[in-house]
Design a protein around this ligand. Structure first.
Ligand SMILES: NC(=O)c1ccc[n+]([C@@H]2O[C@H](COP(=O)([O-])OP(=O)(O)OC[C@H]3O[C@@H](n4cnc5c(N)ncnc54)[C@H](O)[C@@H]3O)[C@@H](O)[C@H]2O)c1
Length: 442
């Protein structure tokens, strides 16, 4: 490695995780070269446009491009020649029987390895099953001209879409799975700024670092499914899950985050990560983990059934021919990500039962329209609700909490709303003449 320099960083895969990481690394002062196999994505990013919606990312992309510290390429030879530390940020989607599909990770490593001619560190950030890093290390060293002077570390990422920039610049912890003090020291240089700001660093072996990430996501998913089971109990008992969740959250041992009852989780991480962890548990013979995660998944998917059955009830038993306005298609607010979106799943079920569905979302409609061209996309909430027999609130954008229920009452056919995210002002909507049903509330 060149002495007297800060390590030069490359980022392989410029999706939600990789592009954010590349931009934030450059903002922290590093020289960064980012690569993707998707040439369109690279052309857009190089022109200062983010290929997805993430608050605060595009201005920072432009700033770091202008600084000259961030560049993009489609050449692995450039990446190999440039970097001291290569971050692997490619996707690990759900594959067969719930297993993580590692083909992108292996393809990226195979493309990079022949260009590693001198000492360097390959760092996995993608979420992978335990054991992947060690296999990858052997594979990369076998193919790299620099052989065992190439080391590997695992540095799982915990950013949240919607808060990705702040989470990357100020992570609440940095987890490093390393095989040598040299690798740890190099990553300490890369993360010098957040470490100086007090971010805790936790150093461990490769296997433990891989497991930290999937265990964290399994815990978060379990917390959401737990409160949703309690929501079912509340409905059966005539109790109210919203004040119940608030009261639980005040207990510091429980905490109020990831305790929002409603339609449950979706997106490109939690669902596929708990299924992949369950597949790992099966391979390791840990039956209790399979039971736990299967139950968490089943409870979560059950929320989608519940909202459809409430929708049926709300329109008098039959959805066929009814006009339904759906508010929100992103899997969560402040994102245009529609991967495993509970809302889009609900739309599919409504359409399957013959409902006429009109959807609105502040930013995710272009992505949804590519996947579900058959839905009607409305440019405003009132266009979506025009003539509706039912309004479904499925993604908790702040914009929807600011809707004036009296104004919306003017355009619908029936004043009936289901709040599947338990966050609208139910009293205000009722006072404006709406029949309001909230998941988990009497
Ligand atoms: N999105 C998140 O919030 C988040 C948070 C933490 C961890 N993760 C994990 O990070 C990983 C990436 O997730 P994502 O949401 O960014 O996925 P993504 O699909 O948005 O991005 C993956 C990118 O990798 C590129 N790619 C695929 N094969 C490649 C190759 N051989 N060489 C170079 N680029 C290649 C794709 O074109 C794509 O742009 C996953 O393992 C995910 O579980 C994601």
């Amino acid at each position: 490695m060149r002495s007297g320099y800060y390590p030069r960083v490359t980022v392989i895969g410029t999706g939600y995780l990789g592009l954010t990481h590349a931009v934030c690394m450059a903002d922290l002062g590093h020289e960064v070269l980012a690569i993707d196999v998707d040439e369109m994505k690279i052309a857009k990013a190089a022109a200062g446009e983010t290929p997805f919606f993430e608050p605060g990312l595009e201005p920072l992309l432009r700033k770091t491009l202008e600084s000259g510290r961030l560049r993009f390429t489609t050449s692995f030879a450039d990446v190999g020649a440039f970097g001291d530390v290569h971050f692997l940020c490619v996707g690990t989607p759900e594959g067969e029987a719930g297993h993580a599909d590692l083909s992108f990770v292996y393809a990226a490593a195979d493309s990079l390895a022949p260009h590693l001619t001198s000492e360097c560190l390959v760092v996995g950030k993608s979420t992978v099953p335990v054991g992947t890093a060690r296999q990858l290390l052997a594979r990369v060293q076998a193919a790299a001209p620099a052989g065992d002077r190439v080391e590997l570390a695992w540095n799982p990422e915990f950013l949240r879409e919607g808060f990705a920039v702040q989470d990357s610049l100020n992570p609440d912890r940095i987890v490093l799975g390393v095989t040598s003090d040299w690798g740890a020291a190099l990553l300490r240089l890369v993360y010098a700024t957040p470490l100086a700001g007090g971010t805790p660093l936790l150093k461990m072996d490769l296997e433990t670092a891989e497991l930290v990430k999937v265990a964290a996501n399994a815990f978060l998913a379990t917390k959401i499914s737990f409160i949703n089971v309690i929501a079912e109990v509340c409905e059966a008992a005539g109790a109210d899950v919203v004040p119940l969740a608030q009261a639980l959250g005040h207990d510091a041992r429980i905490g109020n985050r990831f305790l929002a009852p409603g339609l449950g989780f979706g997106g490109g991480c939690l669902p596929k990560d708990i299924r992949a962890f369950s597949a790992t548990a099966s391979a390791l013979g840990v039956g209790s983990l399979i039971n736990l995660l299967t139950t968490v998944d089943t409870i979560n998917l059950g929320r989608r059934d519940r909202v459809i059955s409430l929708a049926r009830e709300a329109v008098g038993g039959e959805l066929a021919g009814k006009r339904v306005a759906v508010l929100g298609v992103a899997f969560k607010p402040n994102s245009d990500d529609i991967r495993d979106s509970p809302s889009l799943d609900a739309c599919d079920r409504l359409v399957a039962e013959g409902a006429i569905v009109s959807v609105h979302d502040p930013v995710a409609m272009p992505n949804a329209a590519k996947q579900r061209p058959g839905l009607h996309y409305a440019q405003s909430v009132s266009d979506a609700a025009a003539g509706a027999d039912l309004v479904l609130h499925l993604t908790e954008w702040a914009d929807y909490q600011a809707i004036d229920p009296a104004a919306l009452a003017q355009v619908v056919a029936q004043q009936v709303i289901i709040d599947a995210r338990c966050c609208l002002d139910a009293t205000g909507w009722s006072e404006a003449g709406w029949s309001v049903r909230v998941l988990g509330r009497p």
